[in-house]
Design a protein around this ligand. Structure first.
Ligand code: FE2
Length: 292
């Protein structure tokens, strides 16, 4: 009996190590195969949310996506996002939600920002504001992915310096986390381009949001950071950046306060797919995607 007992212990020990080895081997294989990130630009109101509902699963399958990020700051009509909308995005398969200056618009989101770590507001808002601007989440295979949300200051609220805040936030990320995605929410293209160069080689991707128009400048910077000035809006393009064109034109003509109604026609989903080397965190490719 004792021999038999010792023998079964040994075989379970061997089996355990075999499983660990196989898990590590599979993980290494996956890492070298790369990690695919899908980033969906500013998702605007009812039409944008419906488009995400319709297209997300297929897009994830088509591009073998490991991790999905979506900017949600305009998801609610009249800007902002509500907790139930954020929950729906998570249920649909979004891993992390980023945002920007409109994140504060719906008051009910404020306590949610403190409760749910996978929804971000720009990290460079004053210390003490609800929520956070950085999270390390995991893919379904357990690979860590850091997501950092920053906001520019040119033609925008004069919050803290996004460059120095980027330094501070990146310093808190463990060296084991190789894949780092940055959503740079800003009005001025110059500020977004500068951020791309500033973080080149330190993060896997810097992708811009806020201006709602997809730019054709996607590239891999010399030190391995994927860059695009703006991923574009997921919402109605028969509009002025998502709102009824008549309302926007009236504002320009009269310079008087105008109530903006969300538009609903010519809805398109704009996104980028970034392939990242899981061992080094360097981007290998970036692809612009548009669905109608
Ligand atoms: Fe914005």
């Amino acid at each position: 009996m004792p021999t038999c007992f010792a023998g079964s212990n040994e075989s379970s020990h061997t089996a355990k190590w075999g499983n660990t080895f196989r898990r590590r081997f599979r993980r290494r294989l996956r890492k070298s195969a790369g990690l695919k990130i899908l980033y969906i630009g500013d998702t605007v109101a009812t039409a944008g949310r419906a488009m995400v509902r319709m297209q997300l699963r297929e897009l994830q399958r088509e591009h073998a996506i490991d991790f999905t990020i979506l900017n949600c700051e305009n998801a609610a009509p009249g800007n902002g996002v509500t907790p139930s909308m954020a929950d729906e995005f998570f249920d649909l398969g979004v891993d992390v939600l980023t945002s920007g200056n409109h994140i504060w618009n719906k008051k009910e989101i404020l306590p949610y920002l403190n409760k749910q770590s996978r929804i971000l507001r720009p990290a460079n808002y004053p210390p003490g504001n609800p929520g956070r601007g950085l999270v390390v989440a995991k893919t379904r295979d357990g690979e860590p992915v850091a997501v950092l949300n920053l906001q520019g200051r040119v033609f925008m609220p004069t919050i803290d310096d996004p460059f120095r805040v980027a330094d501070t936030e990146l310093a808190t990320i463990s060296a084991e986390v190789k894949v780092i995605f940055v959503d740079m929410h800003a009005e001025a293209t110059s500020e977004k381009v500068a951020m791309g160069w500033y973080l080149d080689g330190r993060v896997s991707a810097v992708i811009g949001s806020h201006t709602h128009i997809p730019t054709a400048d996607e590239t891999i910077l010399p030190n391995g950071t994927a860059y695009q000035t703006d991923a574009g809006m997921t919402g109605p393009y028969f509009s002025v950046i998502g709102v009824m064109k008549e309302d926007a034109i009236n504002r320009f003509l009269t310079q008087m306060p105008t109530r903006f109604e969300p538009a609903s026609q010519d809805v398109r989903l704009n996104a980028v797919v970034i392939d990242v080397d899981g061992e080094t965190g360097k981007a290998r490719s970036i692809l612009r995607v548009q669905k109608k």
